[in-house]
Design a protein around this ligand. Sequence first.
Ligand code: GCO
Ligand code: MG
Length: 409
Amino acid sequence: MRIDRAEVIVTSPDRNFVTLRLTTDDGLVGLGDATLNGRELAVVAYLQEHVVPLLMGKDAHRIEDTWQFLYRSAYWRRGPVTMAAIAAVDVALWDLKAKAAGMPLYQLLGGASRDRLLAYGHASGRDLPELFDSIRKHQGLGYRAIRIQTSVPGLNAIYGVAAQAQSSGKRYDYEPAQRADLPKEEDWDTRAYLGHLPSVLEAVRAEFGPDLPLLHDCHHRLTPIQAAKLGKSLEPFDLFWLEDCTPAENQDGLRLVRQHTTTPLAIGEVFNTVWDYQTLIKDQLIDYVRSAVTHAGGISPMRKIMDYAAQYQIKSGIHGPTDISPVGMAAALHLDLAIHNFGIQEFMPHGDLTNAVFEQSFTFTRGYLHPGERPGLGVDLEVDEAGKYPYQTAYLPFNRLQDGTVHDW
Ligand code: GCO
Ligand code: MG
């Protein structure tokens, strides 16, 4: 099974996606998701210029060797562009191997450790009635765990609130990237946020009771001491997790948060190797690993991160917003099903155009996901359909404080 062709396919049905498509000499096709939100074309160039030529004629069965070769021979290690490119190769090779074996990919990872995967959805609102409606709508769709994002009085736009995005013409529940030549500027005020959020969670608990698992994403905006204060103030509302409460380039920042609160902590959607987690896992400073399979180098290294985390009873919460393509989502679901320390899976359904480009076998039933039983990942790329939607420049927004200082978005 030698690699005969490697194509990098860019398509923008509802948003931009980059897919690596490997074809072997015996005619099998393997897919890998190489999408890096807002920086898509950098990964396209990395793959086309520096990876595709190295893959020609290689034995597609040698997944680990190919991964180590791409990681080590580049000399320049880590980084989101490099690791998204390597991830696409790794996932495409797993897809091929599983197709060659005639099995769904999770079987090659050790088989199913559970029957179904708990998913969480994204509820949000500009005020309490809108947020309550959104929670009810998600419950109606079957979700058993729900992320809560809310507007903050005095702020014009904030991460994760769908109605704001919808009023600017967005179709999804929440898709922050905007098709435009420049990134949109949003505003931020930490004091206003910290003053408002606990009252929202209190109201949600009062309305929906103590049993519904609730999550919240701070999106990297707090200092460690602010995050510690927030975690403590949210303890009465029993969060499933508090996500990205402070940027984790400084892993010791999480130590400070941990010393002050028992609110469970999730982090890592912007991480791309096990090294980003080294202190966090070893010193038990977090509870959930948030990396995307597609941004952390693929299934092979994610499996290793999760096995390392398992020694410390740390679980998975794999990143699954709409900027992860159905190929990347399927990769996450196969891994989720196989590992023992699965926690929860983020799920934001894609739109109809995207689902017509990527034909999928995974299912969402009464709040649970399953990757399906088709050989490989269970996703096919409809190349003609993909060709209808050329790349469109799109950026994530960014933040400024009232005095004009750029803040973490
Ligand atoms: C999440 C994330 C996303 C990111 C997006 C950036 O928890 O799902 O925070 O919404 O903002 O993936 O590309
Ligand atoms: Mg997040």
